[in-house]
Write a protein that binds this ligand. Structure first.
Ligand SMILES: Cc1cc2nc3c(=O)[nH]c(=O)nc-3n(C[C@H](O)[C@H](O)[C@H](O)COP(=O)(O)OP(=O)(O)OC[C@H]3O[C@@H](n4cnc5c(N)ncnc54)[C@H](O)[C@@H]3O)c2cc1C
Length: 436
């Protein structure tokens, strides 16, 4: 039988540490199970908690930016990860970058010194069978625990390979060059089409096959599956290949009887309102800067604002929509929460934010208090909603973006509108924080 007022957290990464801290500060006794240093995943190098495995940037600051807002919300909710990041900051212009060793040391110390947290350095092989549990083993989870998670959530519900195409904001597409149409006129105008003439295609093609790609991590499985082949790999097979693949122009008529396009890039709605579009078939290994440079050569995308860049890496994540609720809790097993990248949020800050919320919800249950409600007016609520309620057919890990938050009726546009959305979010977060 699980003890009252006690919870288990699996994984002392960004999400697990935040979740453990949020519960412990409210008086919950937490057992935190971390396999390091007994066992290190291929991405982890040290025995410290909250290890930042790649870039040391927690991305942009400020309220004109969704990830800046998410960080502000977390600060208002007394996030351990944000406090440690702010205290380990290194100069990085408008971004928050950290000295990774100082950051991880600070988080590790706070966790170890917390009287309500007992740390067990061992590999968790299974999910505990009962009680309140937050599973935050990260995107490198493997072995028996991965199998048990899959058995618990549902066969085939844990994906191990992530191939995502870039997503651009709909209002940044130049519709004087692009147009709505479906191939052969089938279906509604579900796609935005960016037509290219031969010279434009040739310039794009040359840039694509010579652009710089991300160096593979030693452990990453770079086997290329036909179904999710990077667009640049496909292009390298020959000048014509893309014209028979994602850029095929057949069945797409130029509007107003214009000249038939030589190639067409299609963008598909990512959300029901059409605020975001993914570039169909453009999963890629290109570096982010290169994606921006090369994909902005596509007519209509010259000023495209990227909500998410394309990526491919090993990345275990659950098919969360319909299985987790907006509290990151497994619907079929109340009391079992997931947190971090495994839920389908993408990024250090997003992973920590899900741990923060899961920790608050779990603590609320254990203390017999109502769970607070984070609406989609807030960045952290919008992420939880994306994970639980994504409506499309291709659920992929997601960075925070204004595109998944509630819209705001306002006369303002652009940067100022983003600031208004952020301010609305912070009012809600401060109200929730005051009631916790
Ligand atoms: C290679 C790679 C590069 C990435 N680069 C970036 C980047 O540059 N920027 C960015 O924002 N995001 C990046 N991410 C995505 C993501 O934000 C990070 O992976 C982030 O660390 C996720 O946080 P987390 O808490 O979910 O998992 P993690 O931080 O990985 O923490 C999981 C913890 O669980 C432990 N664990 C796992 N299994 C067990 C077990 N069975 N028993 C006990 N403990 C266990 C692990 O040792 C680890 O400490 C990257 C991901 C990968 C895989």
């Amino acid at each position: 039988m699980a003890e009252q007022n006690r919870a288990v957290v699996i994984g002392a990464g960004l999400a697990g540490c935040e979740a453990a801290y949020q519960m412990a500060k409210r008086g919950v006794k937490v057992t935190l199970i971390e396999q390091k240093p007994v066992k290190l995943s291929p991405a982890h190098k040290s025995g410290l908690f909250a290890e930042i495995v790649c870039s040391n940037s927690l991305r942009a600051e400020g309220l004109y930016n969704a990830v800046g807002l998410l960080k502000e919300e977390m600060r208002a909710l007394d996030s351990l990860i944000m406090r440690a990041a702010d205290l380990s900051r290194v100069p990085a212009g408008g971004a928050l970058a950290v000295d990774r060793a100082r950051f991880a040391t600070r988080v590790t110390r706070e966790i170890i010194e917390n009287k309500n947290i007992e740390v067990r350095r061992e590999e968790a092989l299974y999910l505990p069978e009962d009680g309140v549990v937050i599973a935050a083993p990260g995107p490198m989870v493997e072995g028996l625990l991965a199998k048990d998670i899959e058995d618990t959530v549902g066969k085939g519900m844990l994906a191990f390979y992530d191939a995502a195409a870039p997503i651009v904001m709909g209002d940044s597409i130049d519709m004087t060059k692009a147009f709505f149409a479906s191939r052969y006129g089938k279906g509604g105008d579900d796609y935005i089409n960016c037509p290219m003439d031969e010279a434009e295609y040739r310039a794009f093609y040359d840039a694509l096959i010579t652009a710089e790609t991300v160096k593979p991590h030693g452990f990453e499985d770079f086997r290329v599956f036909e179904g999710c082949m990077p667009v640049e790999t496909m292009a390298s097979r020959g000048f014509q290949t893309l014209l028979f693949g994602p850029l095929k122009p057949v069945g797409i008529k130029a509007p107003n009887g214009g000249k038939p396009p030589f190639a067409v890039v299609q963008l598909r709605r990512e959300d029901s309102k059409g605020r975001m579009y993914n570039i169909v078939g453009f999963q890629t290994h290109l570096k982010y800067g290169e994606q921006q440079r090369v994909f902005r050569m596509i007519p209509g995308l010259e000023h495209a604002e990227f909500a998410r860049f394309g990526m491919m890496h090993r990345n275990a994540f659950l098919a969360s929509p319909g299985r987790l609720n907006v509290n990151y809790e497994l619907i079929t097993r109340p009391g079992l929460f997931f947190a971090g990248q495994i839920t389908g949020v993408e990024g250090y800050v997003e992973s920590a934010s899900s741990g923060l919320l899961a920790g608050i919800f779990a603590a609320s249950d254990l203390l017999g208090r109502p769970r607070p409600v984070f609406s989609r007016n807030t960045a952290c609520g919008a992420l939880a909603d994306y994970v639980a309620n994504y409506q499309g057919t291709d659920f992929q890990p997601m960075n925070i973006t204004f595109g998944i938050m509630n819209t705001l009726e306002s006369q303002t546009k652009g940067k100022e509108k983003k600031r208004e959305i952020s301010e609305r979010a912070l009012v809600e977060i401060r109200r929730i924080a005051a009631g916790l």
